[in-house]
Design a protein around this ligand. Sequence first.
Ligand code: HEC
Ligand code: HEC
Ligand code: HEC
Ligand code: HEC
Ligand code: HEC
Ligand code: HEC
Length: 499
Amino acid sequence: MSSRFPKAFSNPLTYVSAALAGVAFLFILFLMIWEALEPEASPYMGVLTFIALPSVMLGFLALAIVGVVRERNRIKAGLSVEQRFPRIDLNDPAKRRAALTVLIVASVLAIFSAFGSYKAYEYTESDEFCGQMCHTVMQPEFTAYQQSPHARVGCVKCHIGPGAGWFVRSKLSGAYQVYAVAANVYPRPIATPIANLRPARETCEQCHWPDQFYHENLQEKTYYLSDEPNTETSFAMLVKIGGGTGEGGVQSGIHYHMYIANEVSYVHADTQRQIIPWVKAVDRSGKERIYRSTEIPSSDEEIRGLTERKMDCIDCHNRPSHQYHHPADVVNLAMASGRIDKTLPSMKSLAVETLEGKYATEAEAHEKIEQAIRAFYATNHADVALAKRASIGGAIASVQKVYSNNYFPEMNTSWHAFPNNIGHLYFPGCFRCHDGKHVSDDGKVISKDCNVCHSIISKTPAPKGKSGFVYESTEFQHPVDIGDSWKDMNCTECHAKAK
Ligand code: HEC
Ligand code: HEC
Ligand code: HEC
Ligand code: HEC
Ligand code: HEC
Ligand code: HEC
């Protein structure tokens, strides 16, 4: 060795550090091969392979260089007969071999670390890194995300989007988040709205093209009441998606609010943007109209003190990917699809009630849900408990699954903390403004007409001899008789609580 390399290389620090760097390198190589062969590898392995070990390796290489410099200084300081710079005489076969070795090793390392840092970059952008690294913290978002229509859309597509500016911003705030997790000072639940979420125009609109919203969307709904027979009601709705632009003729419909042709802005009195005392609408001809809530009277002075926000996708689609469902809503779905047996007496109310219990952990919830449901049938319906053992077991498993997908006690996360702004039944949503109580100076009211946003249609089997169903537009009929209260009150006044 010492004959090939300049004397300064031959010192203990350099030898040891270089050897350790070599070992780290071999580890990285080994883990990369492992990762390639094992697709289910844990997310922590990526951190080890692409961040931790390369840092260790670079650290040792730096130490090796320190060793060389120190040795050279020592030689220069007296013991030295060497020149200031090593003379590389490529005619000397030994020196030539040494130079070649150094060149090859350096290029391998350079290629490798370029590749490594690319992988590190790629890794910090991956869903597993965002969603699973800090397991407890991101568990609610990651779980809900996997159930959502966007399960195949990467976290970074919505949270960072294209371009270098937002990449750097996200890595800076990411560094703070890593600290917050390490120091255990992160908020539970994570506060929303996210203060500096990238504008929807630069994320959602990379895939969705608002100019192209014009159809009506058929939604079928089935509900079960909280009575003993779980009384079933069902109807369908045509949701009027349109409204984006005037390209295909003047449009009306839900996407009316977007800034393509019309612009709506509002001020909010709370951080979650649920209380809206003042709304401004500017139509395509530039005419401006101000609506004020008669329920939340506020002076011009107070309005000026609040933040004004221009409406974009997130003001309605604030849960496109992380939906924590209201228990009545998910249980209806589970019963309609047969995952929970709807013939089990009082199953709807029992499921909703057990989901809403106070539990400290997921494991405790699972256990108590099972106990409560079994105890209910054992005490009140001993015959059912015996005859329908299997379907009670199935119902318990389904309720537990619903719990795991929608309640995260360690993070205080559930529908209680995260309103969904689409709709108006369980959360204020559209009725934050369309409550019939936002009035302009010239007397116009932001509409609460049940047919502005959707038409309710009944669905009955087609007459004998024909297949399919007959759909007919009808008036909404509230599933239980509450007189006209559903017309005068907001739905949330009764429905926001879990029944
Ligand atoms: C379709 C777009 C989209 C995708 C994909 C997406 N998110 Fe989100 N995320 C959002 C929006 C919108 C919000 C809510 C913003 C608000 O209310 O201010 C949000 C909120 C959050 C929050 C704040 C807490 C909460 O529950 O609202 C976290 C944390 C989060 N996302 C993490 C993730 C992670 C991790 C992934 C990938 C596993 C991911 N997101 C994928 C759009 C997305
Ligand atoms: C990378 C592409 C991509 C991005 C970015 C994206 N989406 Fe989507 N989105 C999709 C795809 C694909 C679907 C269709 C999924 C399906 O039907 O299975 C979809 C579906 C939807 C739906 C219909 C959901 C349903 O229940 O059928 C809504 C609403 C939506 N996206 C809103 C948003 C919003 C709001 C954002 C921004 C926060 C966003 N999307 C960002 C690709 C994207
Ligand atoms: C921040 C307040 C606000 C919220 C929240 C809001 N809207 Fe609106 N909406 C308005 C205003 C203002 C108008 C225009 C009223 C006018 O001047 O005619 C409007 C008009 C509409 C129209 C009529 C468009 C037309 O063709 O005339 C529809 C449909 C609509 N909104 C649907 C919805 C739906 C659905 C939601 C919930 C997902 C919602 N809005 C939430 C403020 C709001
Ligand atoms: C005023 C509230 C509101 C705003 C603002 C809004 N949407 Fe929607 N959007 C809705 C409602 C309500 C629906 C129908 C219910 C549903 O499918 O979830 C819908 C449906 C959709 C769908 C599904 C369409 C389909 O074919 O079923 C997509 C995609 C979508 N919106 C994307 C966007 C994007 C992107 C933006 C921003 C440019 C946006 N929306 C702004 C309320 C809004
Ligand atoms: C400003 C628009 C708007 C108005 C006005 C409106 N709705 Fe809705 N409604 C919606 C939207 C948006 C949804 C959610 C559609 C979806 O789930 O995709 C919805 C959902 C519903 C549902 C299904 C609830 C659920 O989550 O299962 C019912 C029932 C309903 N509306 C009844 C009414 C009645 C009755 C009125 C009149 C008092 C009314 N709506 C007025 C926008 C509106
Ligand atoms: C005065 C209180 C009250 C008001 C206001 C009200 N409801 Fe209800 N609603 C009830 C009660 C009580 C039930 C029965 C709940 C049960 O049995 O679980 C119910 C049941 C329902 C159900 C079926 C049960 C389910 O699974 O959630 C729907 C759908 C519904 N209401 C829609 C609406 C809509 C839409 C509005 C607003 C336009 C509204 N309600 C306003 C009291 C109310």
